[in-house]
Design a protein around this ligand. Structure first.
Ligand code: C2E
Ligand code: MG
Ligand code: MG
Ligand code: MG
Length: 291
């Protein structure tokens, strides 16, 4: 089976061949109506500040409640949505939904948090579309708590286009995270002219530091260089205590992964943020009672 080949891209490629023509036609038809029929929803995976071990926000991750199929994960439909162009509508839906959630969390009294959302290469490369979307949404929503995640591969495809897309987002006060760093080109040199706030080290790279001392040294260099360039570093897919120790040792700022939390329903996510806020308030008032 495709999984033998290990790499995510290879899996997508082989899965594509696995799907029959009839299946693909159905998928295309189903995708066309999915946004309109409100079949998508977002999970939120908490992100942890490694200095305080507190949750500082979360990444929105799409799921599809597909009729007659059940819940589908992104890798089973995002590549097709990108091929058919439906991804533009889907990305727009995700961004709006996540911005609405930011509004909701703010109105609950939460203040110090960020929400990350993924945008595909198609949206990034469709400058007119992106500009219109951002300008419409920025009238209504607060972008200052939003991170837009762009993969390294998509970013370097067309650097001039990427520069303009990033400027559009930054002008609206949004922030940029470079997603899946370490699986593709993995060079920091092209980042010079780009206004990136955070880099997210891919899970495969985090997995490799357990196995190979040299990889840990490379990660350490990436972290130092990123900090010198004014960027924060988040480690993705942290699953073990050992990995946590390693990433703290090399100076990563943030982490995300099953070791802390799996992607949560929006209700669960709000609940844990709310509990953290309450606990901090209790701790604060206890401290001021002592003083
Ligand atoms: P990503 O942006 O790199 O997201 C991280 C993926 O790793 C998520 O998978 C998350 O559930 C998973 N993950 C997090 N921690 C761990 C861990 O400790 N162990 C393991 N094994 N996995 C972990 P998910 O939700 O299946 O998303 C896969 C990819 O699909 C994302 O990778 C992103 O590229 C894309 N995607 C997800 N949501 C959206 C979306 O709303 N729009 C677009 N355009 N793409 C999306
Ligand atoms: Mg991401
Ligand atoms: Mg990633
Ligand atoms: Mg990844």
């Amino acid at each position: 089976h495709a999984k033998k080949f290990g790499k995510k891209r290879t899996v997508v490629y082989f899965d594509e061949l696995d799907k029959g023509v009839k299946e693909l036609v159905e998928l295309e038809e189903d995708l066309k109506v999915a946004v309109k029929n409100n079949e998508f929803f977002l999970l939120y995976q908490p992100q942890i500040d490694l200095k305080t071990m507190e949750i500082i926000g979360g990444e929105a991750l799409i799921r599809w409640n597909r009729p007659r199929h059940g819940i589908e994960t992104p890798l089973s439909f995002i590549p097709y949505a990108e091929e058919t162009g439906e991804i533009l509508k889907i990305d727009s839906w995700v961004i709006k939904q996540a911005l609405m959630e930011i509004d909701k969390l703010s109105s609950l009294g939460l203040d110090d948090f960020k929400i990350s959302m993924n945008i595909s290469g198609n949206t990034l490369n469709n400058l007119d579309y992106l500009r219109k979307l951002i300008s419409e949404l920025s009238i209504i929503y607060d972008f200052s708590k939003a991170y837009f995640e762009i993969t390294e591969t998509n970013l370097i495809e067309d650097l001039e286009n990427s520069r303009e897309a990033l400027e559009t987002i930054k002008k609206a006060k949004g922030r940029i995270a470079l997603d899946d760093f370490g699986v593709g080109y993995s060079s920091l040199s092209y980042l010079k002219g780009l206004d990136i706030d955070m880099i997210k080290i891919d899970k495969s790279f985090i997995d490799s530091i357990d196995l190979n001392m040299q990889n840990k040294k490379i990660l350490s260099m990436i972290v130092n260089l990123s900090h010198e360039l004014g960027m924060k570093v988040l480690a993705e897919g942290v699953e073990t205590k050992e990995q946590l120790n390693h990433i703290i040792e090399v100076g990563c700022d943030y982490a995300q992964g099953y070791y802390f939390y799996k992607p949560l329903s929006v209700e669960e996510f709000e609940k844990i943020l709310w509990e953290q806020l309450k606990n901090n308030q209790i701790a604060d008032s206890e401290r001021s009672n002592i003083n």
